[in-house]
Design a protein around this ligand. Structure first.
Ligand code: AMP
Length: 399
């Protein structure tokens, strides 16, 4: 079975084609600047070099049309016709409380996703558009939706409720949902595999440290807490998001700086985090470089970042009542030995012992801890697309 995985953003679109007989990736690529000047497609078949197609793509329909043309094209294609693609797996950010696992898309699902637009105004509309366009252009393929929020639906009430009057939860669904669920699920399953134990017996803390970042406490394969909340703004310090702060700061700044709600949301999402503190960049490579050259604000941003991750690990070890492994994943977690070393620095009291020589690795699965460490530190590259493809195959097989 061949499966197309689509991750549709507001002006970008990522895709991969899997051959599920061996889970190999036949082709992958992305379209950027949809609806903007300078739109282009970057495509790679198997291990071949990337090709770039620069062309005007005013809509998601033109973008997905070009992806389809490329996938069936003689020069760089991987199928003779799109009829060979049995199903399309879509990444969808928010399913509210409606779905705790992936699902075949039908009218009810589409309605539920539309109802969640209020909760994820930036993410759900392009996700929905991706499903609609693929359904139109590939009418024979089944559509499956895989949700970022689904994995965290196992959180207990004590973890997902905010201490607001309960009417706001009941009326508006104000609660912690959590995001990056597909990634936390994938790496927590791989962690159990690497530890050589059943998922149901393992307690892990998974640190998804990318431009967006979140930590999850996973007990026996079930998420029991996670740092992102009602929106992806809560929790860790991120590239441009503030993460946790006293809610009273928000009205205070609005008053002092004469900001409206849109302006304060823009500030907290786009101008804070390591970007706001360092004043240098949201990109960790640039910040680490600046800090190494003596930029104190860059160093401060890094120190604050390490401290916040470490604090969450401590909290989640308590929430789990024990810990077998800490997992690092995503752009920063997979590629920055410094971040992993600094985060693990004061965790020796819990049985964490990083092997600094083993830690000098990037982007591949590895156990980074000393032989006798009670709590293992694992590097596991995330693979959300593979989970989406597997869920899609599973649902199509059983229908
Ligand atoms: P993601 O959102 O998972 O794509 O991760 C993006 C983040 O990973 C950016 O902040 C990048 O700077 C960071 N990143 C990528 N490669 C490296 C690297 N070699 N060292 C440090 N950070 C990196």
């Amino acid at each position: 079975m061949k499966i197309l995985v689509i991750n549709c953003g507001s002006s970008s679109l990522k895709y991969q084609v899997f051959d599920m007989s061996d889970e190999s990736v036949l082709a992958k690529g992305l379209v950027e600047k949809i609806g903007l000047p300078g739109s282009f497609l970057k495509h790679r078949r198997g291990d071949e070099d990337n090709i770039i197609v620069e062309t005007d793509m005013p809509t998601h329909e033109t973008a997905i049309g070009l992806v389809i043309d490329t996938l069936v094209g003689l020069a760089h294609g991987v199928v003779k016709s799109m009829d060979e693609i049995e199903a399309v797996g879509h990444r969808v950010v928010h399913a509210g409380e409606k779905y705790a696992c992936s699902t075949i898309v039908n009218d009810d699902v589409m309605q539920a996703l539309r109802q969640c637009i209020e909760l994820a105004p930036l993410h759900n509309p392009p996700n929905i558009m991706g499903i609609e366009v693929c359904t139109k252009l590939m009418p024979k393929a089944k559509s499956v939706a895989v949700f970022d929020t689904a994995f965290h639906q196992t959180m207990p009430q004590a973890a997902y409720l905010y201490a607001l009057p309960l009417e706001f939860y009941r009326k508006y669904g104000v609660r912690r949902y959590g995001f990056h669920g597909t990634s936390h699920r994938y790496v927590s399953e791989r962690a159990a595999h690497m530890l050589g134990r059943p998922v149901s017996e393992v307690k892990v803390i998974t640190c998804h440290l990318g431009n967006g970042a979140s930590v999850a406490a996973v007990d026996g394969g079930r998420s029991i807490d996670t740092s992102m909340g009602f929106t992806p703004l809560e929790g860790l310090i991120m590239g441009t998001r503030s993460g946790d702060l006293d809610p009273a700061v928000v009205p205070y700044l609005m008053y002092k700086e004469n900001m409206n709600t849109e302006e304060i949301c823009n500030l907290l999402n786009k101008k804070c985090g390591v970007m706001g503190v360092s004043g240098v960049s949201s990109d960790f490579r640039v910040i680490e470089d600046a800090a190494a050259k003596g930029n104190q604000q860059a160093q401060l941003a890094l120190d604050m970042y390490y401290y916040r991750v470490r604090k969450y690990i401590g909290a989640y070890a308590a929430a789990l009542g024990g810990l077998d492994a800490i997992v690092f994943t995503a752009g920063i977690g997979e590629n920055s030995p410094e971040v992993r070393a600094e985060v693990c620095k004061h965790l020796g009291f819990m049985g964490v012992e990083l092997d600094l020589a083993k830690n000098r690795v990037r982007g591949k699965e590895a156990d980074l801890s000393t032989e006798n460490a009670k709590v293992k530190v694992l590097l596991i590259p995330t693979n959300e697309e593979l989970i989406i493809a597997r869920d899609t195959k599973g649902l199509v097989d059983s229908h």
